[in-house]
Each structure stands twice: as C-alpha cells, then as structure tokens.
Write a protein that binds this ligand. Structure first.
Ligand code: NFA
Length: 102
C-alpha cells in the first residue's frame, strides 16, 4: 500500500497467505527428587504417551538431563507447560517443564 495523497494507488495482495505457525518443543528437566512414576504419569496424562513411550522418555530425561515431550504451536505448548507446572506444584514435586522454539 502506498501513501495517501492525490495520485495514490492501493495495491492489494493477491498471493494466498500460507504462513505456517512456528513450532515449539516442550521439554522436561531432570531433578533428584521427583518420583519416576510421577514423571511417567505426567507424560501419559498431558502428552498422551502410552506407558512404554512414557517410560522411555522419563528414562531419557533421567539419564541425559532433558528430554522432549512433544512439539506444538505456541499456545498449545504454553498450555502444556502451565498444566505440568501446576500439577507438579500441587503434588509438591520440583519437576520443571519448559518450552523452546524449534
Ligand atoms: N531423577 C528422578 C529420580 O531419580 C526421576 C526423574 C526423571 C525426575 C525425569 C525428573 C524427570 N527420582
């Protein structure tokens, strides 16, 4: 769109807008106190993992310090982080959940 004076032209966009949303990894961080079974439960409840996959991710976090729970758009990732942090706090576990841009 050009300026507003006399002799102004207005250019409308023809190209369809197909911008894909940015994606964010949701990560769990290891700590020394949160019970393994609690982490497995979090992965089942908030990330829809089956028991085997939840165990695999939990053990990855336990051994490597950090692990991916899923990849989501910004608002969904933010909601997962809040849900996990609220649930951990409610049960008085120090489990940390964060998001990072891919
Ligand atoms: N490291 C914790 C324990 O030994 C288990 C754990 C795994 C905590 C993954 C946080 C994330 N009880």
């Amino acid at each position: 769109r050009k300026g507003d004076g006399p002799g102004t032209s207005v250019i409308t966009r023809t190209k369809p807008q197909t911008k894909r949303p940015s994606l964010y990894r949701v990560l769990l961080l290891n700590d020394d106190y949160t019970p393994m079974e609690f982490v497995v439960h979090v992965l089942e409840r908030f990330f829809s993992k089956n028991r085997d996959e939840a165990n695999r991710i939990m053990l990855h976090v336990h051994h490597h310090g950090v692990g991916e729970c899923g990849v989501f758009t910004y608002e969904v990732a933010e909601t997962k982080v809040t849900q996990v942090m609220d649930f951990a706090r409610k049960h008085q576990h120090p489990l940390q959940c964060v998001m990072e841009k891919k």
